[in-house]
Design a protein around this ligand. Structure first.
Ligand code: CP
Ligand code: NVA
Length: 302
């Protein structure tokens, strides 16, 4: 049977995603109470990082160890991937030796090509277009704090980037309405917007976009690989900073999320991470629990 992959949230059914989050919550409880678990004993995850990472690397590596397995860190600088070995050849070889592969890279089609040649599950740990693992943690965090997100209104403020595109997929899979407040020229993927026109709306004014929303999320203005656009983006995004004043216009129970790393004074005001609505530290920790559930699902087969 062909391996299942997790390249976007659309690779799983809504029921599978709900079940995965149930398991993440239960793994978190077990881990906190000191339970020893070895569901992935002797299993190995290869982790290919072509971009920097703190949360993703630590959570996948710690997660594999906590489940009795291990993880290998592979950077293009020290593998043949960085010296031009074809992706398909690398995939065939690496996947013949490990139980799953996690990749953080630039072009989304690179991970699709890798998955196409892989005999084991491939996990998208961020591409220029999607960051589905972060959405698992975000959805777990919302569920823990507020219950089901179905029927809620979520507002994305800022760049129509990989996180925003994944929020559009999440709107479809988890059943919420999504408002996107972004400057002109920084919209999310047009095809994705069209395909989700019934649940996703671009609303230019942040003040209007957050009205009544139950979750506000944002991200950096310049993503990895866009560092040279920082100054021009800082000008375009200046009216899109998330502040306590903006949060006042949302639902009184609204939560605030940021995938981190955050740039205080840019996409958020200096005090936003300490605001009563902010659940960013739980959100970051949940990367560990959600991905442990993901690894068990993919490696053990649901
Ligand atoms: N949110 C996130 O993916 O963080 P890292 O870049 O540190 O992995
Ligand atoms: N949009 C950001 C997310 C970092 C976790 C980036 O791609 O750099």
């Amino acid at each position: 049977m062909a391996a299942r992959h997790f390249l976007t949230l659309l690779d799983f059914s809504p029921a599978e995603l709900d079940q995965l989050i149930d398991n993440a919550i239960s793994l978190k409880k077990g881990w906190r109470s000191g339970e020893i678990r070895d569901s992935l004993r002797n299993r190995v995850l290869a982790m290919i990082f072509e971009k920097a990472s703190t949360r993703t690397r630590v959570s996948f590596e710690a997660g594999m160890t906590q489940l009795g397995g291990s993880a290998l860190f592979l950077s293009p600088n020290d593998t043949q991937l960085g010296r031009g070995e074809p992706i398909e050849d690398s995939s065939r070889v690496i996947s013949s030796m490990v139980d799953a592969v996690m990749i953080r890279t630039f072009e989304h089609d690179k991970i699709e090509r890798f998955a196409g040649a892989s005999s084991v599950p491939v996990i998208n740990a961020l591409t220029d277009q999607f960051h589905p693992c972060q959405l698992l943690a975000d959805m777990q965090t919302f569920r823990e704090h507020r219950g089901s997100i179905r029927g809620a209104t979520v507002t994305w403020i800022g760049d129509g980037n990989n996180m925003c595109d994944s929020y559009i997929n999440a709107a479809e899979q988890f059943g919420f309405k999504l408002h996107i407040a972004c400057p002109e020229g920084y919209e999310p993927d047009a095809e994705l917007l069209d395909a989700n026109a019934d649940r996703v709306k671009v609303i230019r004014e942040p003040e209007e976009a957050v009205r009544g929303a139950h979750l506000i999320a944002t991200d950096v203005w310049a993503s990895m690989g866009q560092e040279q656009e920082q100054a021009i983006r800082a000008r375009a995004f200046a009216p899109y900073q998330v502040t306590p004043k903006l949060m006042k216009l949302a639902d009184p129970e609204a939560l605030f999320m940021h995938c981190l790393p955050a740039h205080r004074g840019e996409e958020i005001s200096e005090d936003m991470l300490e605001h009563a609505s902010a659940v960013v530290w739980d959100e970051a920790e949940n990367r560990l629990h959600a991905q442990k559930a993901l690894l068990e699902f993919l490696i053990l087969g649901g």
